[in-house]
Design a protein around this ligand. Structure first.
Ligand code: GLY
Length: 386
């Protein structure tokens, strides 16, 4: 497969920044919805698990352009996120990292905005309040302790960097400790012998013992939801960086291979990896997430002096990016769409899953964000906020 060239990367990045700039007036005091409808995102209040991605895109645009307009708008979102966590609006779930890392941790790292730091630390406190001693995991959704929600989900690996950051920032090890314990539980249970992963995993509320894997957004319990596998790829690469535990890098390799082996010829994943050909919808966002995971791991391999592996994963990332550029990237002159990446799938109903259908073959906010992150990462020198 061909790799994205540096010229293509620059064109793609400038194209993405133009779309982000064009969207600023509509999404300054309102957030971008989780997915587009017929190619267009509608504005919403700051209530979804996904609203951190849009400010994350704006911060990335700021880093690329030094245009203070981007920093100004992203700063308005910092206040919105601070208000949300102070008033505890729709924060009864584990997605504090997705919400507060690309918005407030980014704002703190880039602008030393004290309100952003305060908000992100409150979000970290909220996240650890969902830790279950019995089973050693962060409960994803629902009433704490309820048997029908006594589970974690693979996506949570991306919420944990907020906790590593909170420990570094405060000197208090309790956040990191919970992140480590959750990661251990996740790695012990969520992967099958072929290195595909379960989307969600139930634990026993009385004994804390592992019970069973289930799906919510995947096709069925024992298939591999493409985005779940993608969260696992990036999550393991991040777990290695934050812990230095080689086991996570060792797991990263076969988990990544499983994802790559299931891709169709054009490299845009189907929404569940059980599908490898045919007319099922794709999920381009999974490819963008995996590209970021590969670039993250490549940096780690380079630091370890494993240059061949670093080259290998960087090349795979560029191949995914080339496929996304050719097949999914939105052209800045296309007024019919206000996202960056088409052909994402949020939640597709199957006869066996429990999701509420949403955003099938649409732009999805995290797909746009990780596409942008990968474009910036590929240019080199990006200081991660994850
Ligand atoms: N974290 C939920 C999703 O990826 O759809």
């Amino acid at each position: 497969m061909r790799e994205m060239t540096e010229v293509e990367r620059k064109v793609a990045l400038s194209n993405a920044i133009s779309i982000i700039r064009r969207n600023l007036p509509e999404y300054t005091y309102e957030c971008q919805d989780a997915n587009s409808i017929d190619g267009l995102y509608k504005p919403i209040n700051n209530i979804e698990w996904t609203t951190g991605f849009w400010p994350g895109e704006i911060w990335l645009a700021y880093l690329e352009t030094d245009d203070e307009l981007f920093a100004h708008v992203a700063g308005i979102f910092t206040e919105s996120f601070r208000d949300r966590i102070i008033r505890k609006v729709a924060v009864d779930h584990h997605d504090m990292g997705f919400l507060y890392t690309p918005s407030c941790v980014a704002a703190w790292k880039i602008k030393k905005d004290a309100h952003a730091r305060e908000a992100a630390l409150m979000a970290a406190d909220q996240l650890i309040s969902r830790f279950q001693e019995k089973g050693q995991f962060i409960q994803a959704w629902g009433t704490m302790g309820a048997r029908d929600n006594y589970r974690y989900i693979i996506d949570c690996l991306l919420n944990l960097p907020l906790l590593y950051w909170a420990s570094e920032e405060t000197g208090d090890a309790k956040y990191r400790d919970i992140a480590l314990r959750h990661t251990q539980t996740c790695c012990a249970n969520s992967f099958r012998s072929d290195w595909s992963c379960y989307h969600t995993f139930f634990m026993d509320p009385e004994t804390g013992e592992p019970v069973r894997g289930e799906t919510c957004q995947g096709y069925k319990a024992d298939s591999s939801w493409a985005r779940g596998q993608a969260w696992a790829v990036y999550g393991l690469a991040l777990a290695y960086r934050h812990t230095g535990n080689e086991k996570y890098l060792e797991m990263f390799e076969p988990v990544s291979k499983y994802f790559m082996d299931k891709l169709p010829e054009d490299m845009i994943p189907y929404w569940d990896l059980i599908f490898t050909s045919g007319e099922e919808p794709r999920d381009s966002s999974s490819a963008a997430i995996v590209a970021c995971g590969f670039l993250e791991a490549a940096d780690s391999y380079e630091k370890r002096g494993e240059y061949e592996k670093a080259r290998h994963y960087r090349s795979l990332a560029k191949q995914l990016m080339k496929a996304l550029w050719d097949k999914c990237a939105v052209n800045k002159d296309d007024a019919s769409c206000n996202g960056l990446l088409r052909h994402g799938t949020y939640s597709k109903k199957s006869p066996y899953n429990t999701c509420t259908p949403a955003g099938v073959d649409e732009c999805v906010s995290w797909g746009d964000y990780y596409w942008m992150e990968a474009l910036v990462r590929l240019g080199g020198g990006w200081k991660s906020w994850w």
